[in-house]
Design a protein around this ligand. Sequence first.
Ligand code: CR1
Length: 800
Amino acid sequence: MFSNATEFKTAFLKKLEMSYGTSFAESTKREQYQTLGQMIREYGSSDWIKTNETYRTSGKKQVYYLSIEFLLGRLLRHNLMNLGIEEVVSEGLHELGISLDDLEEIEADAALGNGGLGRLAACFLDSLASLSLPGHGCGIRYKHGLFEQKIVDGYQVELPEQWLRHGHVWEIRKGDDAVEIPFWGHIESYNDNGRLVFRHMNAETVAAVPYDLPVFGYQTGTVNTLRLWSAEPSRYTGNVDIIKYKKETEAISELLYPDDTHDEGKILRLKQQYMLVAASLKSIVRSYKKQNRSLLDFHQHVSIHINDTHPAIAVPELMRILMDEEGLGWEEAWKISVHTLSYTNHTTLSEALERWPVRIFKPLLPRIFMIIEEINKRFCEELWDRYPGDWGRIEGMAIIAHDEVRMAPLAIVGSHSINGVAKLHTDILKEREMNNYYQVFPERFNNKTNGITHRRWLLKSNPALANLITDSIGPDWVNDTLKLEELLKHENDSVFLEKLAVIKKANKEKLAQIIEAKTGITVDTSSIFDVQVKRLHAYKRQLLNVLHIMYLYNRLKEDPAYDLYPRTFIFGAKASPGYYFAKKVIKLITTVADKVNNDPAVNDKLKVVFLENYRVSLAEDIFPAADISEQISTASKEASGTGNMKFMMNGALTLGTLDGANVEITELVGQENIFLFGLKAEDVLDFQRNGGYHSQEYYHYDERIRQVTDQLVNGFFPDTEGEFTAIRESLLDHNDQYFVLRDFAAYIDIQEKVGEEYRNRQSWLQKSLVNIAKSGFFSSDRTIREYASDIWNIYPVEIK
Ligand code: CR1
């Protein structure tokens, strides 16, 4: 298509004219962006075709990653980079007077996810394709992605996200591959020559229409597919109220995580899950059968991964297909199904464990419910044999109990592999949360510590650092990130360390400009950039961070000579729209920010910034600019964290609890290169078992705690009467479930240590270097290699 800048220019101008009937001079930035996007997709299309053909003919095993979330972010520059044409294109555009950076800004983030779980899925897609592994994503094409956050008067306001308003240039609608998904109705069975046949009568069907996105491997020629399903009215629905039907149907793929406090929302979520699963399995089986293979070998050729419990209906749905559509018996079907399916758990928080009321589940998915009942019956019988008479245990482990269908047990019983996402998390699953199941299926449980794609989170978002690394150790680290360890040779090389410092400073300048433009706040780039960006949740303890800022402020006010090393605290966080406490914490952060930033007495030492609408594209500017990475969850609560890995890879030092993957970061960098504090997971879990601790005592004995918690309600913040009462109550009256006050003193101490150590520039840079050098383990390439070999049994397929 084009192989140099000049050819690119010609092709670009022609395409622009043909697509928009406009001359270059008259064209808008959006038209230019769209044109470029189309060109890139077309550039990669012959590889896409080749990849699909190779997969079809090679007969190599494929994996399908089913996930309700894919938090892709922007794709333009990432795709250019992976296709290896970034330079040619950027040069060609430059000659036309267009900046690639400007065009990149036009692209809306594809925010089809909430946070860690969805971003992990996106990183995995990149690693699969970049390792030439035959692995595809299956998800939902939500019309509106995660809400857009505005901060108005210090409060979070949610606006509907509109990523599809101008179309999504990377997707291709595959109308011919649409499939019909039945809901409601009833099941009739009859005997056909001794075989029981089931028919779904009077179902309301919905058409699931796939949109395919190419996933380009990093300079490999592999182009995998992310298939996103959209719900549309079906042509086969008979006599219905068309307007109502259309509305209800389209609602299925309208929104990510519809509010499920009422039955209507629960039905919608369940419809989403079933559509994702049923449509994906149908298209997987269809393409499998095209290769004329026996369904008896299905699990030898196909692996299906259940990302968290949302797609756990894959267990009964695969059984349904194998039995009702393919005529296999239960035992045969069960063996194939279990061998095909694998499941990842991402959290031990009980509120995240999905359960559906039978009164909703059964009428909506009648055949699926019957199959789950049978799975449950057989499982409980096995348990009965193993634990005769132990009803309590069996009831606790059952898939259906107390009029609810429990999705985690369904996924556990129906999968051959169950994994946690960091060592500590997996241990907690095995020893505590899922211990009952672990005793029954010890061989199924395993750990796969999360990872991040270093191509987006270093190569693309921090090109200066990536170039410095390549200049020093050559380019091989990009394909083998463990090679980053070679950087350790520079530990005492002050010239190299200075180069690191220069890059960090430039990244901080860039972020400072963004902060200034978005918030009007001027920050000092020689201050410590201390960053906490992640979803807002009580267990992640943004509250601990902000109470500490209040403490610092108090101290500076009381003692103007207090020699605090200048700090800029940066937050980014969305709160779930119905999460009252989380929204209060946002208001507290913005209130503290106003107070601190407008007080000249502390201003050369302290600044607080809340960046609104935290998302993938913004994150790409934040990680490279951080000095301190706040990973301060209550120990045992954060399954892994992945932001912690992105910070580390960009040379920030972690300030954290021994939670999630922080434990493994510590093992890699050593205690001297990380700032650890607070309770350990064991302590927290033991406290919880024995009824918590007494937070009031901490209030009485620690004056610093008394001061900041009192300030929440005593008029310290003007015009906020009653605003923070709930926060104070959570700490003092509800016994501080997340141990904020318990860890407060330790947090103050470790923060003080950070300030002291930052003063020693050489030693700080050395620590930063060690973090970068040891971060290779956290590439999602390592994680995906482990999934591929231990769980999925898939191998690279070369695309010629
Ligand atoms: C966990 O909270 C983890 C990601 C990805 C999140 C986080 O610690 O890094 O998953 N869990 O594994 C989650 O979103 C619904 O659960």
